[in-house]
Design a protein around this ligand. Structure first.
Ligand code: NAD
Length: 498
């Protein structure tokens, strides 16, 4: 039975928590300065492990602040686009070094505002920083083309130019990495930005702005506006003809709404939306790798990840052993505050998320699934203990919706074609996972999965050097890899006579 480690203000880490929180800049960040929001209002960020406010000083930006931020981005755009690629690369590289140097403080900040255990927060800082290094290496490699027209008489030249001022909207689940994945690419491409972080976890983005400014990013290139009213702040920006790009990471419903708004302004868009990942374990899989991969794909971020394994399909011949071992692994994980040494599973982000997970589990059980472990934990904090559901029928809601919690939903299959059809029977298409020792089958199934990404014999695909993104209702475009910078570039074609 998972236990909850309580903490008190006398714990040794409390001093570090106070120091780190005190170092976070407050305000809206416009044209290189931290300003009070026009309304003068602030809002609180809550520690999901204690339900207590971390700070009362987060600026509650409004449409006027957002307009000022876009103004600053527009003013900085031409100069920034004209900056040598090498200079942009070196700013990113210095910011990479600075993030790495501040790993402990940033990891603590992420754990405080989002809840994940400190080792996972450290991994997020490393992952987040790596985007800055990757895009620093990409910046100088943006190229073009030159060819003689096939019919003769002209030269055709192509080169790439920054899209222009971009609005970047990030979710709460990876407070730092979702920001650097966008900011790194935009900086490398020569775009200026307005970043709107999630209201549940804005603090890491404020530190990122400071780090980039210290690394030499000119004023106005990155502006940050936090708000409790995203609809009121975002809609006017999307309608402003000076904005040229929207990059959004979040839920499919909000993404679709923003796509409709962006259409009126014919904006370039990148959409990283929700997922419903299938994880398939074939009869010839290495079960050790399959269990390890499932635990990683399921439990990273307490299951609150767009690439979390949402539906596990196990071949009926190995299903018994797999379920037994997975249940043992999941229920052995220690639930607790993310700052406590030894914690494997932190709290969920808020009460709404915990209630949603509970409701999805109840629905699955009502439809005939068998529950092992799980349930809310503790009087304080949004804790939910890891659970395995077996014999999950296709009628259960969680086969169609993101669980976004520490619950593995397992069902069985007999034939390859049957499981591929079941895996693809969803509106989402972000990632799939395949465990088999048969290389031909891994590649065949990998090709047939209607997803942007496939993990083969591993439960983690995220890598700054790989193109992250989905198909169907999981989104448009890619972040990271060689493709990520292209999302912020336009191809300019010059036809030269003679
Ligand atoms: P969300 O859609 O509720 O919020 C995402 C962002 O949109 C936040 O900054 C929020 O303030 C803003 N927002 C919300 N309503 C808005 C509106 N009406 N107008 C403008 N902005 C608005 O998502 P969330 O709960 O923060 O994040 C979880 C979701 O994000 C999950 O669906 C998850 O799968 C998805 N996600 C996807 C990826 C990916 O790369 N595909 C990565 C992480 C998370």
């Amino acid at each position: 039975m998972p236990t909850i480690e309580k903490t008190t203000t006398s714990e040794p880490g409390a001093e570090a928590e106070r120091r780190v929180l005190a170092s976070v800049p407050a305000g809206v960040f416009v044209a290189g300065e931290w300003r009070a929001p026009a309304s003068g209002r602030t809002f609180e960020v809550t520690d999901p492990a204690t339900e207590l406010p971390l700070t009362a000083a987060v600026a509650d930006g409004g449409p006027g602040d957002a307009a000022a931020a876009l103004e600053a981005a527009v003013a900085a755009q031409d100069g920034w686009a004209a900056t040598a690629a090498r200079e942009r690369a070196e700013i990113l590289r210095r910011a990479f070094d600075a993030l790495v140097a501040r790993t402990d403080d940033l990891a603590l900040l992420i754990t405080l505002e989002m809840g994940k255990p400190l080792p996972e927060s450290r991994a997020e800082v490393a992952y987040a920083a790596e985007f800055l290094r990757w895009f620093s290496e990409q910046a100088a490699h943006v190229g073009g083309g030159y060819r003689a027209a096939p019919g003769g008489g002209q030269r055709l030249i192509t080169h790439r130019q920054p899209v222009g001022p971009s609005l970047l909207i990030t979710p709460w689940n990876f407070p730092l990495a979702m920001g650097t994945r966008k900011v790194g690419a935009a900086v490398a491409a020569g775009c200026t930005m307005v970043l709107k972080p999630a209201e549940l976890t804005p603090l890491a983005s404020f530190v990122l702005a400071d780090v980039l400014a210290e690394a030499g990013l000119p004023p106005g290139v990155l502006n940050v506006v936090s708000t409790t009213d995203p609809a009121a702040v975002v809609a006017p920006l999307l309608a402003d003809p000076r904005l040229r790009k929207l990059s959004f990471t979040g839920s499919t419903d909000v993404g679709a709404l923003l796509l409709r708004q962006a259409a009126d302004n014919v904006l370039r868009t990148s959409m990283e939306l929700g997922g419903n990942a299938p994880l398939i374990v074939f009869d010839d899989a290495d079960l050790d790798a399959a269990i390890e991969g499932t635990l990683l794909a399921k439990m990273r971020n307490m299951g609150q990840s767009c690439v979390a394994a949402n539906r596990v399909f196990v071949h009926e011949s190995v299903a018994g052993e797999y379920a037994e071992r997975l249940t043992a692994g999941m229920t052995a994980l220690r639930v607790g505050r993310g700052t406590e040494p030894g914690t494997d599973v932190g709290p969920l982000i808020d009460a709404r998320q915990r209630n949603k997970v509970g409701a999805l589990v109840d629905d699955a059980v009502a439809h005939g699934a068998v529950l092992h472990g799980g349930g809310p934990r503790g009087d304080v904090g949004f804790f939910y203990a890891p659970a395995v559901l077996t014999e999950v029928p296709g009628t259960a809601r969680l086969t169609r919706e993101e669980i976004f919690g520490p619950v593995a939903a397992v069902s069985t299959f007999r034939e390859e074609q049957e499981v591929v059809a079941a895996a693809n029977d969803t509106r989402y298409g972000l990632v799939g996972y395949v465990f088999t020792r048969d290389l031909a089958r891994a590649l065949r199934v990998g090709e047939q999965l209607e997803t942007g990404m496939v993990g083969i014999n591993q439960g983690l695909v995220s890598n700054p050097a790989g193109p992250f993104g989905g198909v169907k209702h999981s989104g448009l475009g890619r972040e990271g890899g060689d493709e990520g910078i292209e999302e912020y570039l336009e191809v300019k074609y010059l036809a030269v006579a003679g």
